[in-house]
Ligand binder design. Structure first.
Ligand SMILES: [Zn+2]
Length: 174
């Protein structure tokens, strides 16, 4: 792979990741402020995807509840491929910190008795929700060891890449 895309995730080899995982996708410094973008991957790319109603409810629930645990949440949005979410945080954050935030948020979802903002006033497609489905995916993420959530790539990936791409750019070069 010699061509680089503008979009970070297009440069990610989706065949080499092991979901579920939490990964830093991008760090941007804008006028002295730092924002960190995370890839919260719930399902294995090109093997499974979350049904749109459950994904939509997870989005509402995570966007609302994550903000009860952190004032630094800028945005949480579903991926179009429906395999996970992007989370943008104010400040330089680690994947460990976000796993902790995600765990607290998903625990709230298990206790939720409704989807926040689920009405024609607050949502653009309020009929397309599935709270029980959202809870299933939350439970699945919570049953994954923290260590496994922090493991992004297949075990032999780094070695393969180093052999194939000696000039692979470092994060700090981009
Ligand atoms: Zn909505």
């Amino acid at each position: 792979m010699t061509d680089r895309y503008n979009v970070e995730s297009f440069n990610l080899d989706h065949t080499q990741v092991v979901a579920p995982y939490v990964r830093i996708a991008d760090v941007k410094r804008l006028n002295g402020e730092t924002i960190t973008k995370f890839d919260l991957r719930f399902t294995q790319p090109n093997e499974r995807f979350i049904p749109s109603d459950a994904l939509h409810s997870l989005e509402h629930l995570m966007a609302e509840h994550s903000r009860n645990h952190s004032a630094d949440v800028v945005d949480l949005s579903p991926m179009g491929c429906r395999t996970g979410f992007y989370l943008i945080m104010h400040g330089e954050k680690t994947a460990d910190e976000v796993v902790s935030l995600l765990t607290q948020t998903l625990q709230d979802i298990l206790d939720a008795d409704s989807v926040p903002g689920c009405s024609p006033i607050h949502c653009g497609n309020y009929r397309d929700h599935d709270l029980d489905g959202a809870k299933l995916w939350a439970r699945r993420m919570l049953s994954t060891d923290e260590k496994d959530l922090l493991t992004v790539f297949r075990k032999d990936y780094a070695e393969d890449e180093l052999n194939r791409l000696p000039d692979w750019p470092h994060r700090s070069d981009r």
